[in-house]
Ligand binder design. Structure first.
Ligand SMILES: Nc1ncnc2c1ncn2[C@@H]1O[C@H](COP(=O)(O)OP(=O)(O)OP(=O)(O)O)[C@@H](O)[C@H]1O
Length: 251
């Protein structure tokens, strides 16, 4: 079992002649809870797409679980939760358990028979995110924060070892954001899931994650949250390219 989940070396990615990433080196060890921050257009989504195998770099190498990305087959080890933007609308005709079960499709194929074991896994994932009492409700009737928990359950049902979350708390109220981070902490500590979280809310993220990487085409900083807090505001603003007001939260 390798202790490095992601190893990016000298990555370059350009959309035609527009460089999105250059010389990106990043190593994510097993057990990390890494926050990825950076300005709009800094390349965060591009980096995630490279990790998910959606894009291929023009230069450099990517290893996932110690295997070159182009030979990597264990995609069920990697879960992905995107922004709440693709939330379900009121009246969407699927229950919580049906939505979570779609997270198993890659494993068992479309329209294949769900065994008792699969149903158990769905139940467990819903339990893990604290949503058991909503299991038979329509997903469209839940609040944004509750729906986001269900998206996490859908990603967790295939038991990933590495979970990537792209701004999962956009549009969720403060109290639920707090609960959401508590859930992520639990997944990291108790389930030993390695987490990569893209967030614009640096203050909240750094009070829960244990590492931070700052990306603006290049990785400008990668270290633990304490080292990040010790960076001068001026240095942080310089790789953002504008002044930044970071609100820190003490929990
Ligand atoms: N499909 C595309 N075609 C051309 N340029 C693109 C494409 N996708 C992204 N870009 C450009 O690549 C750069 C990096 O974009 P990316 O979406 O990776 O940044 P981001 O950090 O995720 O931004 P945000 O925080 O706004 O989501 C930007 O300049 C963007 O305009």
């Amino acid at each position: 079992m390798t202790d490095t989940i992601v190893e990016l070396k000298n990555i370059r990615y350009a959309y035609e002649d527009k460089i999105a990433l250059k010389d990106v080196n990043l190593s994510i060890p097993r057990g990390a809870f890494l926050g990825l921050v950076g300005p709009n257009g800094g390349g965060k989504t591009t980096l995630i797409k490279l990790l998910l195998g959606v894009l291929t770099p023009q230069h450099g190498s990517i290893e996932l679980f110690g295997t070159p990305a182009n030979k990597f087959k264990d995609w069920q080890k990697i879960g992905f939760v995107s922004q709440k933007a693709n939330a379900f609308n009121r009246g969407f005709p699927a229950t919580v358990k049906e939505v979570v079960a779609t997270g198993l499709t890659a494993q068992i194929g479309y329209l294949k028979f769900f065994t008792k074991k699969h149903r158990e896994k769905v139940k467990e994932a819903i339990e893990l995110v604290g949503m058991s009492e909503y299991i038979n409700q329509n997903i469209g009737d839940l609040s944004g924060g509750q729906q986001q928990r269900i998206f996490i359950a859908r990603a967790l049902v295939s038991e990933p070892e590495f979970l990537i979350l792209d701004e999962p708390t956009v549009g969720i109220d403060t109290e639920n954001v707090q609960k959401f981070y508590e859930l992520l902490g639990k997944l990291n500590h108790e389930k030993k899931i390695t987490l990569l979280l893209v967030s614009h809310d640096i203050g909240t993220m750094t009070s829960h994650a244990n590492g931070v990487a700052c990306l603006n085409k290049e990785i400008h900083f990668h270290g633990d949250t304490e080292a990040f807090h010790n960076l001068s505001e001026q240095r942080i603003s310089s790789f953002y390219g504008h002044d930044l007001n970071i609100v820190t939260h003490n929990h």
